[in-house]
Design a protein around this ligand. Structure first.
Ligand SMILES: [Zn+2]
Length: 301
């Protein structure tokens, strides 16, 4: 399916969450491991082990390369012009290779003119362990890695733990693109603004709980990479109609739309735009503005 709408980037994707369904079935059969359940989920607790199950299906470096290559082909087929992909090499614990080998395998499959790669620190791992990924990202700055991320449930890992990591990454020319405002509220978005100087925030939607944080996002032109289907499935919003997407856009916050993961959330960028229009109430002009924002704030913007 190719979209006829304006050029659109998808800036919030996790590699293992974007398995092609047929590939997931094949890998589960080959390995004897469980097939990760796709959405709908009841909550974050149901979703989280499915992400781990998807990562477990990445059996070796050749599978990792294949999953990345299939993601690129699928995004091309959807008419997505530019994709930014999150990867947490440390989450593999060396199971399929050294961190550098994982990054090399993914970068080999991602065309630089159509993709960026974000390496993510896992929030709970702590400042000392976080340098493993920050240093890795910095070594690959200018060689395909475009940003440093921060992923995982927010309460165990406050933003200030990672201030030095993100400062070093920005000095190396990487974008600061942490997750926040998903499993914690507006105070986590505020801490991210204060300590990590983000270019964008992945999710960030719970900023809506504090009008002062929303105003700061608008004034400082910090983009939120919003994934309505993901949010509804993990309990960040009760349903699409109650999702803060339209309120954030109308408050002047730059917003991009994304799927978070096409396989696990059983959606894609076209479906997110449809939900934004039909269920979240965005106008055609607002949808065009969101599409333009997604290009402007991409690694190539
Ligand atoms: Zn995400």
């Amino acid at each position: 399916m190719t979209s006829n709408g304006p050029a659109r980037a998808e800036l919030h994707l996790h590699l293992e969450a974007c398995l092609r369904p047929a590939t997931a079935r094949e890998l589960a059969e080959r390995s004897g491991l469980p097939l990760p359940k796709q959405a709908p989920y009841q909550d974050f607790a149901e979703f989280s082990p499915q992400y781990e199950a998807a990562r477990d299906l990445v059996l070796d470096l050749s599978v990792l390369h294949r999953v990345a290559a299939e993601l690129v082909a699928d995004q091309d087929a959807r008419g997505v012009t530019f994709s930014e992909v999150n990867l947490c090499p440390a989450s593999y614990g060396g199971r399929i290779g050294a961190d550098e080998e994982l990054v090399d395998a993914v970068l080999d499959a991602l065309p630089r003119d159509r993709c960026g790669l974000i390496l993510g620190i896992q929030r709970a791992e702590g400042p000392q362990a976080g340098w493993r990924t920050a240093s890795l990202a910095i070594r690959y700055a200018g060689r395909g890695v475009t940003g440093l991320g921060l992923v995982g449930p927010e309460p165990p890992g406050p933003a200030h733990w990672y201030a030095d990591h993100f400062a070093a990454a920005r000095d190396a020319g990487l974008m600061s693109v942490p997750h926040a405002g998903e499993t914690s509220g507006a105070e986590s978005v505020r801490a991210t603004l204060d300590h990590l100087q983000p270019h964008r925030i992945l999710h960030g939607v719970r900023a809506i709980e504090d009008p002062a944080v929303v105003a700061d996002l608008a004034d400082r032109r910090i983009c939120l990479d919003v994934c309505p289907t993901s949010n509804v499935n993990v309990g960040v919003a009760p349903d699409y109609a109650a999702h803060p997407l339209a309120a954030l856009v109308r408050a002047g916050v730059p917003v991009s739309l994304a799927s978070d993961g096409t396989y696990l959330f059983d959606t894609d960028l076209d479906a997110e735009y449809r939900h934004a229009a039909d269920d979240c109430g965005l106008t055609v002009a607002e949808l065009e503005s969101v599409a333009a924002t997604s290009m402007e704030f991409s690694a190539h913007g």
